[in-house]
Design a protein around this ligand. Structure first.
Ligand code: DQA
Length: 148
């Protein structure tokens, strides 16, 4: 099984950006955490971050036929991007949405998730652990939905 982890804008500034909301660990620590989780779960992974919507769309398109699952934190694009929603729907790779913070208890504009409409599950407010929960969920989901 091979999973693509996609992170959207400003997540490269983890540790620096609003540490009271996103924590003090940096993006390299998140990458380490994801890699360790995938090793433990016995799944292959690629991790990618971009501040650009079209680059994220390109990466989702290129995932077609290459990855079994996608874990995506579209960051601010969660709340604005129909293009990312459409890309996820187009490739139809099972995807799980992750947010470090509990978006449901934040500003009104964070209550809409376009990408989430194409995802089979969402984890929010669990910090780094949300990515591990997403990987474990996807692994189980894919095993249960294996074609015979
Ligand atoms: C975020 C939540 C988004 O609302 C925000 O724009 C982000 C990060 C999170 O991980 O909690 O950049 O996706």
């Amino acid at each position: 099984m091979k999973f693509l982890f996609l992170n959207g804008p400003n997540l490269n500034l983890l540790g620096l950006r609003e540490p009271d909301i996103y924590g003090t660990r940096d993006y390299a620590a998140l990458e380490d955490f994801i890699r360790r989780t995938c090793e433990e779960e016995g799944v292959e992974c690629e991790i990618f971050q971009s501040n650009h919507e079209g680059v994220l769309v390109d990466k989702i398109q290129l995932a077609y036929g290459q990855f079994d699952g996608i874990v995506i934190n579209p960051a601010a694009y969660t709340h604005t991007s129909v293009a990312i929603l459409d890309a996820l729907k187009a490739v139809a790779i099972p995807a799980v949405e992750v947010h470090l913070s509990d978006v449901s208890s934040r500003e009104a504009f964070r209550q809409v998730s376009y990408a989430g409409m194409a995802c089979v599950q969402t984890y929010a407010g669990l910090g780094f652990e949300g990515y591990a929960a997403a990987a474990r969920f996807l692994k189980k989901y894919l095993s249960q939905n294996e074609k015979v």
